[in-house]
Write a protein that binds this ligand. Structure first.
Ligand code: F6P
Length: 520
C-alpha cells in the first residue's frame, strides 16, 4: 500500500508491520492489566470487547487521527443532517432520518410511506380474511425482512403466516405457494426501482397463480412498496406504499419495506425497532469519536483489512434467530464498500473492504472453525452473543454462551501439544484476532440498535477509505449480460460470445433437450 502524502497513513503502516509480525495478544494481556477495560466499550443495548484484536490504544489513537484527517466528523454530520452523501446518484441517505423522526414523519415526503405502512400493517393483522402474507423482494428489499422476521419470531403476535420469496429460481415461489389459498393470501411486492428481474418475475407468477385460483381482480391482493409507484399502479396494484429515493435498498428495513415485520410484531413492535436504532444513531451522533462504538468498529475494519491485510472477516451469531444475519451483513458491507475507486471515481491506492462471511454458532464450530483455529490464514472473527434467551430449556443457553466465549479464548490463547506423534496436529498457534459483541437480549429494540451499529460502522470505514458507500454500480453489468443471454438460451444463438460462454450456452441447450426427451 502506498500513500506518499499522508504522514498518518505512513505512521500506521509502520505500526502495522510491527503488529503483523511482533505482536502477541497473550503478552499484551500479561503486560497490560487494564487491556480489557481500555479496549471495550458500551453502546445502547450492547457491549463490545475489542481487546482480543491485533491492536492497542496507540493504534486506535493513530486511526482516530487518520479518521479526523479524512473528515469523519463532517461526514457524520452530513449523513445525519440528510445532506447528499451519495454523489453518483445525487442523493442523501435517509435511513437514520426514518427512525430518528418517525414519530413526527407524517408531514414529510420521506416519512409518509412509513406512516402508511404501519397503518396498513395493523389493518392486515386485524383482517379475518387474510391467512398468509407473501413478501416478494430481493437484496435490500428481501434480506432485511427475512432476517428480522426470524430474529423476532418470539415477538410475533399476528395470526397470519408470513413468507418471504426472493430467488429467481421458481422453486422458491412454487414451494411457498403450496397449500396457500389465493383468496386468503396477500402479496407485498417490494422493489425500490420496480425494475428488478427476480422480483417482477415472481410477482407476475404470483399474479398468474391468483388468476388461475379464480380471482377476478388480483390487484386488490397486491401491495407495492416502491419509489416508482406509477409503474406498479400501471400493472393494476391497488395499494401503493412509497419508498423514498433517498433510502438505499440495503438500508430500507426501516421503511415501508419492513411491512411484513410490522405485520408480525405490530406497529408498536416496529416502533421499538426504530427507537432502538435511533438510540444507536444518537450514540453515533453524540459520542466523541474516541468513545464511539461504530467509529471503533469501522476503524478496526480499516486496520484489519487495509493495514494488516487480513483477507476476510467471519461473523458468527450465537443465536438461532440471527442465522440470516451474515447474509444481511454481506450485502450491507460488500455492496457498500466493495469498491476500488474514491467518490470522484479515481482509483484508490489501498485495499478496501474484505469479504464478510459466517454462519450461526454453535453449528459453525463443527464446520469451519477447524480452519479458523489451525488454518494457514488469520481471520478476524466476530462472535455475537445474547445474554438472555427467549426459551427456558434447561442448560442450553449457558452451554451456548460458554462455547462462544471459548472460541474467542482459543483463537487468542492457542495451545501447545505434548511431544507425542500428534503434537504437530494438536498444536494451536493462537494469537488470532476476535471481537465479541454482547446483547442483553434479542428484542425489537436491541435488533434495531445492532443493525444501526453495523450501518454506521460501514459508513465510518467508507469515509476513511474515501468510498461512496451508498451506490452499487458493480451489480449492473451482470444484469445487462443476463438480459442478452436469456433469449440466446432459447434460440441457441452464440454469435459474438466469448468461447467459454458460447460453450456453456451450448451445454444448457443440450441439457434442455435431454430433459425434454427424458420427459417425453
Ligand atoms: O442488484 C442490487 C440491488 O440493486 C440492491 O442494491 C437492491 O437492494 C436490490 O438490487 C433490489 O433492488 P430493488 O429494490 O430495486 O428491486
Amino acid at each position: 500500500m502506498q500513500h506518499p502524502t499522508n504522514e498518518l497513513w505512513q505512521a500506521l503502516e509502520q505500526q502495522a508491520s510491527e503488529y503483523a509480525s511482533g505482536f502477541d495478544l497473550r503478552q499484551a494481556f500479561a503486560t497490560q492489566p487494564d487491556r480489557f477495560a481500555a479496549l471495550s466499550l458500551s453502546a445502547p443495548h450492547l457491549r463490545a470487547d475489542l481487546s482480543k484484536n491485533l491492536w492497542d490504544r496507540s493504534v486506535l489513537s493513530g486511526l482516530l487521527a487518520l479518521a479526523q484527517s479524512r473528515g469523519l466528523d463532517a461526514s457524520r454530520h452530513a449523513l445525519l443532517a440528510g445532506e447528499v452523501v451519495n454523489p453518483t446518484e445525487n442523493r442523501p441517505a435517509l435511513h437514520a432520518w426514518l427512525r430518528m423522526y418517525h414519530a413526527q414523519a407524517t408531514d414529510h415526503e420521506w416519512g409518509q410511506g412509513l406512516h402508511d405502512m404501519l397503518a396498513l400493517a395493523e389493518a392486515l393483522r386485524a383482517d379475518p380474511e387474510v391467512d398468509d402474507l407473501v413478501h416478494i423482494g430481493i437484496g435490500g428489499s428481501g434480506l432485511g425482512p427475512e432476517m428480522a422476521l426470524q430474529a423476532l419470531q418470539p415477538f410475533k403476535t399476528c395470526r397470519q403466516r408470513i413468507h418471504v420469496v426472493s430467488n429467481l429460481d421458481g422453486h422458491d415461489l412454487h414451494q411457498t405457494l403450496q397449500g396457500l389459498q389465493p383468496a386468503r393470501t396477500r402479496f407485498v411486492v417490494a422493489s425500490k426501482s420496480w425494475s428488478t428481474t427476480e422480483t417482477l418475475r415472481n410477482a407476475r407468477s404470483a399474479w398468474d397463480w391468483c388468476v388461475a385460483g379464480g380471482l377476478d381482480a388480483p390487484g386488490r391482493h397486491f401491495i407495492a412498496v416502491t419509489s416508482r409507484p406509477e409503474r406498479a399502479a400501471a400493472m393494476g396494484y391497488a395499494q401503493l406504499l412509497h419508498l423514498p429515493e433517498g433510502v438505499g435498498g440495503r438500508f430500507s428495513l426501516w421503511s415501508a419495506v419492513g411491512l411484513p415485520l410490522a405485520v408480525a410484531i405490530g406497529a408498536g413492535g416496529f416502533g421499538q425497532l426504530l427507537r432502538g436504532a435511533a438510540e444507536m444513531d444518537e450514540h453515533f451522533a453524540q459520542a466523541p469519536l474516541h468513545a464511539n462504538l461504530p467509529v471503533w468498529l469501522g476503524l478496526l475494519d480499516v486496520w484489519n483489512s487495509t493495514f494488516l491485510n487480513l483477507g476476510s472477516r467471519c461473523v458468527v451469531p450465537y443465536h438461532h434467530g440471527l442465522r440470516r444475519l451474515p447474509a444481511y451483513l454481506q450485502q450491507l458491507e460488500m455492496e457498500s464498500n466493495g469498491k476500488r475507486v474514491d467518490t470522484q471515481g479515481q482509483p484508490l491506492p489501498w485495499p478496501t473492504t474484505t469479504a464478510l462471511w459466517g454462519e450461526v454458532g454453535s453449528n459453525s464450530q463443527h464446520a469451519f472453525f477447524q480452519w479458523l483455529h489451525q488454518g494457514s490464514q488469520r481471520v478476524p472473527t466476530e462472535l455475537l452473543l445474547v445474554r438472555r434467551p427467549a426459551h427456558d430449556l434447561d442448560g442450553h443457553h449457558d452451554a451456548l454462551l460458554a462455547n462462544g466465549l471459548a472460541q474467542a479464548q482459543a483463537l487468542m490463547l492457542g495451545a501447545q501439544a505434548g511431544a507425542d506423534q500428534l503434537a504437530g496436529h494438536q498444536d494451536f498457534p493462537g494469537n488470532r484476532p476476535s471481537t465479541v459483541l454482547l446483547l442483553e437480549a434479542l428484542s425489537p429494540a436491541s435488533l434495531g440498535a445492532l443493525l444501526a451499529l453495523y450501518e454506521h460502522r460501514v459508513f465510518v470505514a467508507g469515509v476513511v477509505w474515501g468510498i461512496n458507500s451508498f451506490d452499487q454500480w458493480g451489480v449492473e453489468l451482470g444484469k445487462t449480460l443476463a438480459r442478452d443471454l436469456e433469449p440466446r438460451l432459447a434460440s441457441g444463438d452464440t454469435a459474438g460470445l466469448d468461447g467459454s460462454t458460447a460453450g456453456l450456452v451450448g451445454w444448457v441447450g443440450w441439457v434442455r433437450e435431454a430433459v425434454v426427451s427424458f420427459s417425453e
